[in-house]
Design a protein around this ligand. Structure first.
Ligand SMILES: [Zn+2]
Ligand SMILES: [Zn+2]
Length: 144
């Protein structure tokens, strides 16, 4: 788990005067440690940790994190929603064939993309905080 990320979340909650409940702590720990997760995966993991969970409160926590810009919601094929921690630079590959949806984590590519986006955003008078790119095509397994 990324302790640093978790600590950042807690301080963001404090700054926004949001109560740090036990359920919230558990949710944040999972968000900080996982790349992608669905709401049912989150609920299953919380149930393992805590026994029973109030599903409504999990949805409320997800909404809260989305509102605080701590969480991204990716919709896959317009159906399934996959959540993940907001990161400054994200590139996702989406394979048309096997529906693979994955991160690519090459920081050198990220830098170049940021450098390309900066002047574009400046001319649009928009302050860029982070970006998320979705790339579509065929993955290496399907190309064979
Ligand atoms: Zn594929
Ligand atoms: Zn991702």
């Amino acid at each position: 788990m990324s302790d640093e990320l978790y600590k950042e979340y807690i301080s963001t909650l404090k700054q926004n005067k949001i109560k740090i409940t036990f359920v919230r702590q558990c949710v944040l720990k999972i968000v900080a440690s996982r790349k992608h997760f669905t709401i049912s995966e989150l609920i299953a993991e919380l149930e393992m940790q805590m026994g029973s969970v109030n599903v409504m409160s999990i949805y409320n926590n997800i909404d809260l994190l989305l509102n605080l810009n701590l969480l991204f919601a990716n919709s896959i094929n317009g159906k399934q929603i996959v959540y993940e921690a907001v990161a400054p630079k994200l590139i996702h590959i989406n394979c048309y064939n096997c529906k693979k949806f994955e991160h690519i984590d090459y920081s050198s590519i990220d830098e170049k993309v940021t450098e390309t986006l900066k002047p574009l955003m400046q001319s649009a008078e928009f302050k860029l905080d982070y970006f998320k790119l979705d790339v579509y095509g065929t993955c290496k397994d399907c190309k064979k």
